[in-house]
Design a protein around this ligand. Structure first.
Ligand SMILES: *Cc1c(COP(=O)(O)O)cnc(C)c1O
Length: 427
């Protein structure tokens, strides 16, 4: 595979941008490579500066559920551009996107738009603290809620990939209010709630964890979290930045039948533009300024271009059968990957939730961050490299999920499965 042009650009980039990238996981450090510089994308494909073509399973880390350059999304963005890019005043588009979210996610009665998932989770926690008048936050090891101070304790995604235990620059006084416990460990949560329940503002969780690879919640884990927060007057926050409109139309909460008090969204709802949102019951959301005392604001929040991309995307997701067809693709791929591994004599565990997939190099079930960390990382690096050489673009970290889009046709899935079998045989 040619990589001369990307390598040259990388050399230039690292002198001007820390690590040459504007988000750490893109640097491909954990797979011992230089990043590929992307020139363009179309449908399920990415094209790099050297002219290589890849079948894309990152989908910009989640947003591109319709594939790249969906014609309806592009035309919605284009038509808004002719009217302006930002007004700093309310528009009809914001109501439309709010409605598309509220109509589908039962627990959300009101929603506030922000510019990223980080902002959504950060603001949700501030709201929970303001609403309860408490400070403690319970989170789970290996879950990622963006890069706000509060969450940089045993975090997933790039923090896990780069083995950063926390981060310098985060005051102890901030994270002393954060308690992180193993995912799926309801007894650990119960114990903390027994001791400190009256001081716990919120439990925040990825209802399907997608930032330590993909890890499913065990039966009743989410139900029990709901019971514990109810009993202690704490707020339950589902961080559905990744899972919202991904694992099902109504998000993971619709699959597991648990209504959180606050839901964080991002990624898909922006249709490839920078958007995040947090929403919930009116009673709680009315605590946000200007209706309430909890302050949160944004110069470009709800800007028309991003709203238009979100509206076009969510409108298409509402078409009958969309999610059934998408899940079918993911299940087909998962089945194929399992068989590929079997044929190659390699032990893997493959999980799916809607169109999210997790593949771990292990023979044991993966239920939490510790399990994920015990998987064979050397095998992952080799697999990743072999797949890339065969034109399959996977996340450059064992602690990330795979995403299938609606334009990943059977032919591309078969190609991927074939490449996986060859790649695993060469490990
Ligand atoms: C991606 C992600 C975030 C952070 O969103 P950004 O837009 O990158 O700030 C937060 N929570 C979850 C679950 C995510 O997957």
């Amino acid at each position: 595979m040619k990589q001369e042009k990307s390598n040259l650009l990388y050399k230039e980039a690292i002198e001007r941008i820390p690590g040459g990238v504007n988000s750490p996981v893109r640097a491909c450090k954990s797979v011992n490579r230089n990043p590929l510089f992307i020139k363009k994308a179309d449908g399920a494909y990415l094209f790099d500066e050297d002219g290589n073509r890849f079948i894309d399973y990152i989908g910009s880390w989640g947003p591109m559920i319709l594939g790249h350059r969906d014609p309806d999304v592009i035309s919605a963005i284009t038509s808004v551009l002719e009217k302006g890019t930002s007004f700093g005043a309310p528009t009809n588009l914001e109501i439309k996107l709010a409605n598309l979210i509220i109509d589908v996610i039962d627990s959300v009665e009101m929603v506030r738009m922000v510019n990223s998932g980080t902002e959504a989770a950060m603001s949700a926690v501030r709201l929970a603290r303001g609403y309860t008048g408490r400070d403690i936050i319970i989170k789970f090891d290996g879950c990622y809620h963006g890069h706000a101070d509060t969450f940089l304790v045993e975090a997933g995604s790039g923090v896990a990939t780069l083995s950063i235990p926390g981060s310098p620059g985060v005051p102890k006084s901030v994270i002393e209010h954060t308690i992180s416990v193993p995912y799926n460990d309801i007894d650990a949560v119960r114990k903390i709630m027994k001791e400190k329940g009256s001081m716990v503002a919120a439990i925040i969780v990825e209802p399907v964890a997608g930032n330590m690879g993909m890890v499913l919640p065990e039966k009743d884990f989410l139900v029990k979290l709901k019971e514990l927060t109810l009993a202690n007057g704490s707020v339950l926050i589902f961080d559905e930045v990744m899972t919202g409109f991904r694992v099902a139309h109504g998000g993971a909460q619709s699959v597991y039948g648990v209504d959180p008090d606050i839901t964080c969204l991002g990624k898909i709802i922006g249709g490839g533009l920078p958007v995040g949102a947090y929403g919930g019951k009116k009673e709680i959301m009315r605590y946000i300024a200007p209706e309430g005392p909890v302050y949160q604001a944004g110069t470009l929040s709800g800007n028309p271009v991003a709203m238009a991309a979100g509206i076009a995307t969510l409108t298409k997701l509402g078409e009958p059968g969309f999610y059934d067809a998408l899940s079918e693709k993911a299940n087909y791929l998962a089945k194929g990957l399992k068989l590929a591994a079997k044929n190659a004599g390699v032990n893997v565990k493959v999980y799916t939730a809607g169109s999210m997939l997790g593949l771990f190099f292990t023979d044991k079930e993966v239920k939490n961050f510790d399990d994920a960390k015990k998987c064979n990382s050397d095998m992952f690096v080799k697999y990743y490299t072999n797949m890339l050489e065969r034109g399959i673009y996977l996340a450059p970290s064992a602690f990330e999920a795979l995403f299938v889009s609606s334009v990943h046709g059977k032919e591309l899935l078969d190609k991927t499965i074939e490449a996986a079998e060859e790649s695993m045989k060469e490990i």
